[in-house]
Write a protein that binds this ligand. Structure first.
Ligand code: FEO
Length: 392
């Protein structure tokens, strides 16, 4: 795709990746993604904000074919999907200065073997004149790495935010057109990489509050011409509020755990609790991450295999522990054949979750009447605790 004009002298560049289905060899991309770079021409200086991953080098370098000079290359975030071809850009523009935070400088030197001499580091709040245009750099750590910053174009009031406010969508629409679709994709993105840092991100949002922002141009996905859509969404997501919902990731081997999961789901629904089920043998972990954002309770359904939880259940526990949702209660249900340490093993895998563990329900083989009764009691206990906490 060719460079696309946003405003006079301001262009989108980059690559729309319709085919990519997995990020970081982990995160599903059902709608592909884009890697966005932005070219700004001032009356005296020209800058390129962020870049693309190495395999897309030809695309961005092709878009830069007729750009004779870049004075500054700005790196808002050192991760390779935005920085991978910086060495090639510096080869093409040997006089360009690489502008970034001191922390990102060290990371870029490590990640891409960039020599120290090309860097100019900026302080939080520092400005850079392009002649008739001015850029302001604002540190916004932990969106989602420690070195991240955003770049604000003062005259046009455009925020170039890299991962912050991004979403994985491949589209030919430069600007947001379908707000519901973008909201969903941005929420998925927040859940997958931002959720563990939501308290710091809340402070980052506070730092942006004094700015008048007419447009947000992120590093992935479409450009927001109505930034309140994503700013309001982030304000909600960083709160970590809980709803009257149980997230129930489960796996079953011989249907006994599945019988328990189905019975337990019905019992919760009967008591007015919403349930979100995820069959771990085939689930989209992005959707599971989204569900974890505001569920008051997690209940893991797992059979016992090789004396412990099923590996898929262990994976879900590991993921939840890494994402650090604000979940309040946790329990485990499932069936075992001859014994094991499923509960102890799973409980030991979630030290980051500040949860009250509710009495697990494990049964031998096919669930008996006693097991169903225990599931009823667990459902009643969850409903009561949600009521007490005012979750709705
Ligand atoms: Fe889009 Fe953290 O890289």
């Amino acid at each position: 795709m060719k460079a696309r004009k946003i405003k006079d002298g301001i262009y989108w560049m980059g690559f729309v990746d319709w085919d990519r289905r997995l990020f970081d060899s982990l995160v599903p991309l059902p709608d592909g993604t884009s890697y966005n770079a932005y070219l700004i021409k001032g009356s005296e200086k020209t800058v390129l904000i962020d870049a693309v991953e190495s395999p897309m080098a030809d695309e961005l370098l092709g878009q830069l074919k007729d750009v004779d000079k870049i004075d500054y290359l700005i790196s808002n975030h050192a991760e390779q999907d935005h920085s991978g071809i910086i060495p090639k850009i510096l080869e093409k523009y040997p006089d360009a200065r690489l502008i970034t935070t001191p922390k990102a400088k060290g990371m870029l030197m490590d990640l891409l073997q960039i020599s120290e001499g090309v860097f100019t580091t900026v302080e939080d709040g520092e400005t850079l004149s392009l002649g008739d245009r001015t850029l302001k750099f604002i540190y916004t750590p932990w969106v989602h790495w420690p070195e991240t910053m955003v770049t604000y174009l003062e005259e046009e009031e455009i925020l170039f935010s890299c991962d912050f406010f991004g979403s994985h969508i491949a589209t030919t629409d430069l600007f947001v057109t379908d707000e519901a679709r973008v909201h969903e994709a941005a929420k998925r993105y927040f859940a997958e990489i931002m959720m563990p840092f939501r308290k710091v991100i809340k402070k980052d949002l506070d730092k942006l509050e004094p700015l008048s922002i007419k447009m947000i141009a992120p590093g992935h996905g479409q450009i927001f011409q109505h930034p309140e859509l994503i700013l309001d969404a982030y304000q909600e997501w960083v709160q970590g509020s809980c709803r009257n919902t149980v997230v129930l990731p489960y796996v079953s081997m011989h249907e006994s755990t599945k019988l328990m999961v189905n019975y337990f789901t019905a019992a919760l629904v009967e008591k007015g609790v919403k349930v979100e089920l995820f069959n771990l043998a085939e689930t989209d972990i992005g959707k599971l991450a989204m569900a974890l954002m505001d569920a008051a309770t997690i209940v893991v359904g797992t059979p016992t295999v090789l004396a412990g939880p099923h590996p898929y259940a262990a994976y879900a526990a590991f993921l939840a522990n890494a994402l650090r949702p604000n979940t309040k209660f946790l329990s485990i249900i499932g069936s075992y054949g001859w014994g094991g340490k499923t509960v102890e093993t799973l409980a030991g895998m979630i030290p980051n979750l500040k949860v009250e563990v509710l009495t697990p329900v494990l049964c031998k083989g096919k669930p008996s009447d006693d097991a169903y009764k225990a599931l009823d009691e667990l459902a009643a206990s969850i409903a009561e605790k949600h009521r007490e906490q005012g979750f709705n």
